[in-house]
Design a protein around this ligand. Sequence first.
Ligand SMILES: Nc1ncnc2c1ncn2[C@@H]1O[C@H](COP(=O)(O)OP(=O)(O)OP(=O)(O)O)[C@@H](O)[C@H]1O
Ligand SMILES: [Mg+2]
Length: 153
Amino acid sequence: MGEELRLPIAADVDVVEARQQGRALAAVAGFSSGEQTVIAAAISEIARNILMYAKKGEIILSLVQNGDRQGVAVVAIDQGPGIPADQLPFLFRPFSRVAGHEYDRETGTGLGLAISRAIVEQHHGRIWAQALPEGGSRFAFELPAAEACAAVA
Ligand SMILES: Nc1ncnc2c1ncn2[C@@H]1O[C@H](COP(=O)(O)OP(=O)(O)OP(=O)(O)O)[C@@H](O)[C@H]1O
Ligand SMILES: [Mg+2]
């Protein structure tokens, strides 16, 4: 599928690198500067979560084809504590935090994923989370190019 960038996330500088690479890939795909910012912001949130809850993981960036326009796909994978299946539906709600884990004492406001969902959906993309059977978490979002999406709608 052409370009695929695998970026290890284990420190703050990696989060910065991932958001810069995401912005660059979005530019290649033809996204507007505003959309590039949305993509960079959402990458930042899921990468920050990797650091905070799993300590390390990986962000995978790739281009996807949507009709005759391109889109950007972002996947975040870690082998951290994972998310209990019954809490998955609530993750993207404002102020929701998974309770009862050791990392519960980490300070977060529970807004990162809610904001990411809002801005991704505003730009006709989708974002979702999965608990991996082997443990850990997988977050993904995809932003289609605006024209292709309008044709589908
Ligand atoms: N990679 C992950 N592994 C395990 N749990 C996660 C992961 N990412 C998010 N979570 C859980 O989802 C909750 C919501 O994440 P979200 O990013 O929305 O808020 P936050 O990280 O708590 O605070 P904020 O991002 O606003 O600083 C987290 O509190 C955490 O319980
Ligand atoms: Mg967060």
